[in-house]
Ligand binder design. Sequence first.
Ligand SMILES: Nc1ncnc2c1ncn2[C@@H]1O[C@H](COP(=O)(O)OP(=O)(O)OP(=O)(O)O)[C@@H](O)[C@H]1O
Ligand SMILES: [Mg+2]
Length: 230
Amino acid sequence: MNSKDDCLISAKGLWKSFKSGEDEISIIQGLDFSLKQKESISIMGDSGSGKSTLLNLLSGLDRVEKGTLKWRGQSIENFSTSALSNMRRSFIGFVFQSFYLVPDLTVYENLYLSAKIGCKNIGSDEIQSRIDEYLEKVHLTDRKKHSVMTLSGGEKQRVAIARALISDPLIVFADEPTGNLDDRSSKEILELLLSLVEIEAKSLVLVTHNVDFAKYTDKTLYLKNGIFHG
Ligand SMILES: Nc1ncnc2c1ncn2[C@@H]1O[C@H](COP(=O)(O)OP(=O)(O)OP(=O)(O)O)[C@@H](O)[C@H]1O
Ligand SMILES: [Mg+2]
């Protein structure tokens, strides 16, 4: 693999503002960022500093105002929304603080839905065996047929981790994945996430308010006044 391919995300001089009444507030102000294959990076910063906004930009969920953003050396700004969604599915898996599972469905159905959309070229049998494999990896095999509404917060987040990985993306974006969990579950979830990312050779971008968790990643970046401070 050449060095260009090794860089999965490369962002230079990113800007993003939001309108607030008459005013326009710049949240991201000329920020540079890069993520390599198998690299793990923590992003820390005060509430409102723009961490989630930045993940939305880097993942193409929101459009950048100024600056360049490349995925594997390819500029993404000219892609249509649907082309970008398709690319994103095989590129980035997401884990959010609020889980975002479909409440009326079982654990299995939540994973099936995601895999069906994310793994377009794979048949139902293969999807089912992948679900079983990932349920084992997140230690939830015995909860397969349970409604996700009946699960604890930690169990819901384990389903969300399986969902993020099931389409075999290159990168996992985790935005405060332990923000809704107690200390013990937080530690368990973080350990599970880090070990799966390592075993499956994924890159990780972890947004966290926990300094101890950030220490487990290759590097930590602090977002303040719209740019990173090392
Ligand atoms: N769609 C939007 N429209 C207007 N303002 C927005 C929008 N999205 C985010 N903002 C503002 O941008 C700022 C950064 O928000 P963001 O959610 O990125 O912060 P954060 O660092 O993720 O905070 P937290 O740690 O609380 O999750 C906030 O002031 C927020 O109100
Ligand atoms: Mg946030």
